[in-house]
Write a protein that binds this ligand. Sequence first.
Ligand SMILES: Cc1cc2nc3c(=O)[nH]c(=O)nc-3n(C[C@H](O)[C@H](O)[C@H](O)COP(=O)(O)O)c2cc1C
Length: 179
Amino acid sequence: MDVLTAINKRREITRFKNTPIPQDLLEKLTQALYLSPTGNNLPSREFVLLTNKDTLTQLSTATPYVKWLEQATAAVVIIGNPDVSKYWLQDASIAGGYLWLASVSSDLGAAWGAIYHSEDHEESIKREDYVRHLLEIPEHLRVVAIIGLGYPDIDPAPKEMYLVDSVLHLEKYIANTTN
Ligand SMILES: Cc1cc2nc3c(=O)[nH]c(=O)nc-3n(C[C@H](O)[C@H](O)[C@H](O)COP(=O)(O)O)c2cc1C
């Protein structure tokens, strides 16, 4: 599947079949993470690949919004390292996007679980620490997100989008007076 087809097909999938993801496919997905670009080409993000069902279940309570991890057959925890680069958050986010599209192009579904919270430091540390302790992630690393993976058990309808003109400006910024 070419990348534009994957972009058009991509939805968040939060219901998964029990079918395990083959090892060679998991390796392709990890390659997508590994090859994702970073600012100054610095490796400011790291990944923990998980397939252990008990761990996935435990992670499903990391925030109230990742319950679907109970059903996922794999997940990737994306970690940022602020000591390596000031772009750690962008680098981690791009890696997540690469993983999501690589999953779609392989007929897998993916869901994004936000762990890092930019507006509520206390909440962020609470969520991050929960994941940190479970996976033995060192203190100086930030836990950005958990991407749940699996074969989709749902086929969502194409999503209703807002007008492209409300977010896309040509040649210069034109304020939208209708919103
Ligand atoms: C930065 C970011 C954080 C997100 N956090 C969560 C989350 O914690 N839990 C969840 O179920 N979905 C989460 N999502 C998924 C979005 O809610 C979802 O992508 C959005 O509603 C659009 O739906 P679509 O992916 O089907 O287009 C997140 C997505 C992004 C990009």
